[in-house]
Design a protein around this ligand. Structure first.
Ligand code: NAP
Length: 252
């Protein structure tokens, strides 16, 4: 039987790492990507191997087309691509729009939006029955901020995640008859290092009491939702955007 492979972008830490570990239990080989932390990616590979799974990590920036093509070429060497999780994402420090530089806006959109679209293109080229593929599933990692807007914090990031939601719905319809399902999860406040990169390492702890469930979420809780959307158990689900936010994204 041909080996199957799933790609999880940005999986050296946080939600991506938890997702890679969770998906390894399906028996597919997991191809992890990272940009700056090879040791952390290696730790995730070791954890998967210790559990009897198979994984490989490569350095690849989702916003760089050559890196993206190289990632998928590596997946082709491993086996048949059945799943893609577009997880890699970044925030920047809290700011109002009037203080956001062009370089910041470009980075936020290049990684969060273009990266997801580029990787999805490569996945569809392999999975779609219209391209000779045997089907597959894509899960995009959006954010509750797409619904909330995150004013005076990072409306650029929120707008980028809004683009992910729209892209998810559109691509889902475009390839629904070609054996490819496309869904998204919208995490709320999850305990990861992303808050430190936004200049607020204690954010998840600090805001926990204000959240409907009175706690932040765990990366593993996002991983479970992603794994379900990727699995055959979700065979009639496409174009769905699942809030994994402890109630945070429910509109008033
Ligand atoms: P994180 O802990 O900061 O981890 C980010 C991961 O993405 C790391 O593995 C990092 O690799 C990788 N990465 C960063 N830039 C990349 C690039 N250009 N190309 C490839 N990989 C890249 O983040 P997280 O909290 O797990 O977030 C994961 C996803 O969930 C993101 O899309 C984020 O927007 C979304 N999300 C998170 C929260 C939350 O509260 N945590 C809430 C809503 C949505 P290195 O280790 O090499 O830097």
């Amino acid at each position: 039987m041909t080996e199957t492979v799933m790609i999880v972008t940005g999986s050296s830490r946080g939600i991506g790492a938890a997702t890679a570990i969770r998906l390894a239990a399906t028996g597919s080989t997991i191809l992890l990507t990272y940009v700056a932390n090879p040791e952390r990616a290696d730790d995730v590979v070791s954890a998967i191997e210790a559990g009897g799974g198979r994984a490989k990590a490569i350095r690849a920036d989702v916003a760089n087309e050559d890196d993206c093509l190289r990632t998928f070429a590596e997946a082709d060497r491993i086996g048949r691509l059945t799943g893609l999780v577009n997880n890699a994402g970044v925030v920047d420090v809290a700011a109002r729009l009037t203080d956001m530089s062009f370089a910041r806006l470009r980075r936020i959109f290049d990684i969060n939006v273009l990266g997801t679209i580029l990787c999805s293109r490569e996945a569809v080229r392999r999975m779609s029955t219209a391209h000779g593929g045997k089907g597959g599933a894509i899960v995009n990692v959006s954010s509750a901020s797409a619904k909330i807007g995150s004013p005076a914090q990072y409306i650029d990031y929120a707008a980028a995640k809004g683009a992910i939601d729209t892209f998810t719905v559109g691509l889902a319809k475009e390839v629904a008859a070609e054996g490819v399902r496309v869904n998204a999860v919208r995490p709320g406040i999850i305990e990861t290092e992303i808050h430190a990169s936004g200049g607020d390492p204690d954010r998840a702890t600090r805001v926990a009491a204000e959240l409907p469930m009175r706690r932040a979420g765990r990366a593993e809780e996002c991983a479970e939702a992603i794994a379900w959307l990727l699995s055959d158990a979700a065979s009639y689900t496409t174009g769905a955007i699942l809030d994994v936010s402890g109630g945070r994204s429910i509109l008033p």
